[in-house]
Design a binder for this molecule. Structure first.
Ligand code: ATP
Length: 983
């Protein structure tokens, strides 16, 4: 409710308790009308729910709506029948006590619909198991059965309940619906034999005739034609557009099997329904003596068959009354009128008792088999106050019932108000209200009450009539302030009262009753032999309804009003032990039209439902009361000390808050757990202040929330990033470790391979050797000698590749030679060829003498010459390779002849080096060719030359066993063996 305080101007106030002008009927109506036009059919008076019949389907009863209301605080959502049902259920579950919901209102106001909505809510919201679903189905399906037998079309309502109904739903400790029990009150039996124009008999008759299949109708001796039956045509409206008898018949048939009716039960039940129709068609004619005689042998045949009573017995029972004298029984014949009366009485009795049997049968099916502890919610769907133009015995009973319920309401409400004040420690303030006990007493007081007087008149011997009853009432209760008759009334009032009327001033308003028919209806006489006839029935239901040992047969049966009074006492006892909840239904217009709000009609009902009275009681003390926690939670933003959080107790918080708001001491009271606010205006002012502050707060909260969300997102992202980083690092560390392990294994293998490199290839060194091989070959490829002259610079092989290296070297030299030769130009070839030929030619002519002249003093010459022959031969075969050397790597060797431009630049690039084994011969030949004997100087000791300008070098020549060149300690280049230097 708090949530909707804001919308109060547009849609009215959701709780009448908050209506400032709570004593004004007009203000009350205004609020109802405002809400009704917004399709808001529910409004509270505290916890009482006022319900306006919308006469149209509203989308407020869906499963979604049920879910919305389930488990939500009563005042948090807009008023709804589901809110009430849920609140009752939750209170029952938390307090483990019994409750009842009293649904009242005039005919067509929506009581039965409200009852069904509550039942549906429980069917959906309660826990469900197979067994519970079974009970649930029975509870739900008992409705169409009861409606078929107990409802009828009236002028006010096409589906009017013609009985009061109290239904207990039993719940186990977990909230599952485990059983149910139904009590019915005051079925309008007279409808069986008589209907006003525009009204119908009970639905079941039309359903059977219209919907029953051919075989069934044939078996029951019925025609498919309602017009054929006297009991169905008096209202002249057997067909109603809003009622589909055929489909309702199917529903009822199905429901009967769900609520445990056996085939035989169903057979007997419809046998009785058909019997009532046959009874209605019985016609009496006066015989010659003026006594009633029966002629419809056809109807009698079917009656006899369906009720299982011999036709003669039936006939006798319907046309004679049994009179018991002292020693014998005498049958006195009926007049036609008496016979008709007896027939109708029998029809009413049969139907009425069958209805009771039906209720009992349903109760058997709903009975809770488990005797464990259970709590109960009762639904009382009972007629509201009835005020017609002509009010009769029925209205008297109904209005009496409402007086009793109002009594109960006052007791329970005031009791609970008082209990609440006491519990809260708030001083009890007496509530000014009208106590209707005085009217209840007027009706039910022993010996003096209307009921007593009525019964007395019914039972007393002599000529008692409705008018003698009226006189008696005038005599005994004539002075009562709530009773008036034509005779007792003042001049002004008398005009509105007929002679046979009496008026009661009920708590809800005055009602004028016509005394005509009171005695008859109260007697509801079924002649004794009518009962005895029925006791012979073979129909099991009739047998059950008319037991042979009916208590005290000889005593007069209890009158209707006494029975009703006793059942009401029973009902009040049942209700008195339970917590009350109320639904008051209001009919907005007589035309059953949606959207039409008839002020006069509604005002009338507001009055007769006692809503103003109810509101007065509720408002007697304080208009508003709430738990401190709830109040503080809503209004704490209005005080800087309580916003955003109050650290102390809720009660202290509320105290601080209302001090800040400037509440005056007489405006409120602080209870133990609740704050009580006397006037709605105090609350509304607080609410208005809250609305103003709410918008500012909303902006703040929104900003905070956004910040919080962003922060939250950032925090989440950060956490995620840290997680990813950790994972990544872990992964990398794992990889690094694996890499290292792998490297260590490789290095280990390498070292082991190195250590065993000279051993034969095996597991330990296979890899290493392969690496060595690969490495050597790679390096070799990159360091191959560039020319033939550098062939000795061949890369030293590892031991395992010595052989391979040698082989490769030979291959390479051969390859180089081939390349060199291929690279010699034709010109050069010619030159080399010429030189060779000249050397070759001249060498033969070279004499030993010439050589001796040139090298006469050279010690090695002789040795060389000695081998001259051999030299000759070999010389002819050999080529003389000419090789270019680079400066750095070259050391002249014996048998090499270097042609250089300048001795100072020995072995400059471009010098020609001639290598030959027969050096002396070659030089002799050269000297012969140039024809200069002094061309060759043999230097024995040492020779000086310029290494570079200004820097002098010395070469010392020495003979020795082995030809060696080295740098001596004195820095001179020392050449051992034969060395010839020429320039
Ligand atoms: N909440 C509702 N929503 C829609 N229609 C409704 C509602 N309540 C009642 N009605 C309509 O009003 C009709 C009469 O309602 P209902 O039978 O419940 O009245 P009642 O008070 O039980 O009358 P009676 O005392 O004659 O049995 C329903 O058949 C239905 O058409």
């Amino acid at each position: 409710m708090e949530a909707s305080l804001t919308a109060r101007d547009r849609v009215g106030i959701q709780d009448f308790v908050l209506l400032d002008a709570y004593t004004s009927e007009t203000a009350f109506l205004d609020n109802l009308r405002k809400r009704f036009h917004e399709n808001l059919i529910y409004t509270y008076i505290g916890t009482l729910l006022v319900s306006l019949n919308p006469y149209k389907e509203l989308d407020i009863y869906s499963k979604k709506q049920m879910d919305t209301y389930m488990g939500v605080n009563f005042f948090e959502l807009p008023p709804h029948i589901y809110a009430l049902a849920d609140n009752v259920f939750r209170t029952m579950m938390s307090e483990f006590n019994n409750h009842f919901i009293l649904i009242s209102g005039e005919s067509g106001a929506g009581k039965t619909e409200a009852c069904k909505k509550i039942l549906h809510f429980y069917a959906v919201s309660c826990p469900s198991t197979k067994i519970l679903n079974n009970v649930r189905d029975r509870l739900l399906l008992s409705n169409p059965v009861l409606e078929a037998f107990g409802n009828a079309k009236t002028l006010k309502n096409d589906n009017s309940s013609r009985f009061g109904k109290y239904m207990d739903i039993q719940f186990d400790h977990q909230g599952g619906a485990v059983g149910g029990h139904i009590l019915s009150y005051l079925l309008e039996k007279s409808r069986v034999v008589h209907q006003n124009h525009g009204e119908r008999n009970f639905h079941i008759f039309y359903q059977l005739v219209d919907g029953g299949d051919e075989d069934l109708l044939r078996w029951l001796g019925l025609r498919r034609d309602c017009q054929h039956y006297n009991y169905l045509v008096q209202g002249d409206c057997a067909k109603v557009s809003s009622v589909n008898d055929r489909s309702d018949w199917r529903t009822v048939r199905k429901a009967l099997s769900v609520v445990d009716f056996s085939e035989s039960d169903v057979e007997h039940l419809f046998g009785i329904v058909a019997s009532v129709l046959h009874l209605g068609n019985l016609k009496f004619e006066a015989d010659t003596r003026g006594y009633a005689a029966l002629h419809n042998s056809q109807e009698m045949h079917w009656l006899s068959k369906l009720l299982g009573i011999p036709a003669q017995v039936l006939q006798q029972g319907l046309t004679h009354r049994k009179i018991e004298a002292k020693t014998e029984e005498v049958f006195s014949p009926f007049s036609v009128d008496h016979a008709v009366y007896a027939r109708d009485a029998l029809a009413k009795a049969v139907y009425g008792r069958t209805f009771n049997w039906l209720v009992n049968k349903i109760n058997e099916s709903l009975a809770n088999v488990d005797s464990s502890r259970k709590t109960v919610i009762g639904l009382l769907d009972i007629y509201g106050f009835e005020v017609f133009t002509v009010n009769s015995f029925e209205q008297f009973c109904i209005n009496y019932c409402n007086e009793k319920l109002q009594q109960l309401f006052i007791q329970l409400t005031l009791k609970s108000e008082q209990a609440e004040y006491e519990m809260e420690g708030v001083e009890w303030e007496p509530v000014p209200y009208f106590n209707n006990k005085i009217i209840c007493d007027l009706v039910e007081e022993k010996h003096r009450g209307i009921i007593s007087l009525l019964d007395e008149e019914c039972l007393r011997p002599g000529e008692a009539t409705d008018f003698t009853l009226l006189e008696k009432m005038e005599e005994i209760i004539g002075g009562h302030p709530h009773f008036v008759t034509h005779k007792l009334a003042d001049q002004k009032t008398r005009k509105s009262l007929a002679r046979g009327d009496f008026r009661l001033l009920h708590y809800a308003g005055e009602v004028t009753y016509s005394v005509v028919g009171f005695l008859d209806k109260n007697n509801d006489l079924l002649y004794r032999n009518g009962k005895e006839v029925m006791q012979q029935s073979k129909n099991l239901i009739i047998k059950h309804c008319f037991p042979p040992s009916e208590p005290d047969q000889k005593k007069r049966p209890e009158t209707v009003v006494t029975q009703f009074k006793s059942s009401l006492v029973g009902l009040i006892e049942i209700l008195g032990t339970k917590e009350p909840w109320y639904v008051r239904c209001i009919k907005p217009n007589e035309a059953k039209e949606p959207g039409r709000f008839d002020d006069v009609l509604v005002r009338h009902q507001v009055k007769y439902l006692g809503l103003m009275e109810h509101l007065r009681v509720r408002r007697a003390g304080f208009a508003y009361r709430r738990k401190y926690e709830i109040f503080l939670q809503r209004y704490k933003p209005l005080c800087p000390d309580t916003w955003p959080n109050w650290k102390g107790t809720a009660a202290e918080g509320v105290q601080v808050l209302i001090k800040h708001l400037g509440y005056q001491p007489d405006e409120y009271k602080m209870g133990r757990t609740k704050i009580f606010i006397r006037h709605p205006r105090t609350l509304f002012a607080t609410e208005d202040a809250f609305q103003v502050c709410k918008h500012k707060l909303a902006t703040k909260i929104q900003a905070k929330y956004k910040g919080y969300r962003v922060k939250g997102d950032y925090q989440k992202q950060k956490e995620a990033a840290t997680k990813i980083e950790n994972c990544w690092r872990g992964l990398m560390a794992r990889k690094e470790r694996e890499k290292r392990e792998w490297a260590v294994a490789i290095i280990k293998r390498f070292i082991k391979g190195f250590m065993t490199r000279n051993e034969p290839s095996g597991a330990d060194n296979r890899e290493y050797l392969s690496y060595v091989r690969h490495s050597y070959l790679t390096r070799l490829r990159e360091n191959l000698p560039k020319t033939l002259l550098h062939k000795d610079l061949w890369l030293t092989p590892p031991p395992i590749l010595k052989e391979t290296s040698l082989f490769l070297k030979q291959l390479f030299i051969r390859h180089m030679v081939r390349k060199y030769v291929q690279g010699i130009t034709e010109e050069r070839k010619a030159l080399v060829c010429y030189t060779h030929t000249r050397i070759h030619t001249r060498i033969h002519t070279c004499t030993h003498m010439q050589a001796a002249v040139i090298f006469h003093n050279f010690c090695l010459f002789a040795a060389s010459v000695e081998s001259a022959d051999q030299f000759h031969v070999q010389r002819e075969k050999r080529d003389v390779p000419v090789v270019k050397y680079d400066r750095n790597g070259f050391r002249p060797r014996p048998r090499q002849l270097v042609f250089t431009r300048d001795a100072a630049y020995l072995l400059d690039e471009g010098d020609l080096v001639l290598e030959c084994d027969f050096l002396f011969e070659a030089l002799t030949k050269l000297s012969a060719i140039v024809d200069k004997c002094d061309f060759i100087q043999v230097v024995q000791d040492s020779v000086r030359f310029d290494i570079q300008p200004g820097r002098e070098g010395v070469v010392d020549f020495r003979s020795g066993q082995e030809s060696v060149v080295y740098r001596a300690k004195n820095g001179h280049l020392t050449v051992v063996i034969i060395y010839l230097f020429f320039s």
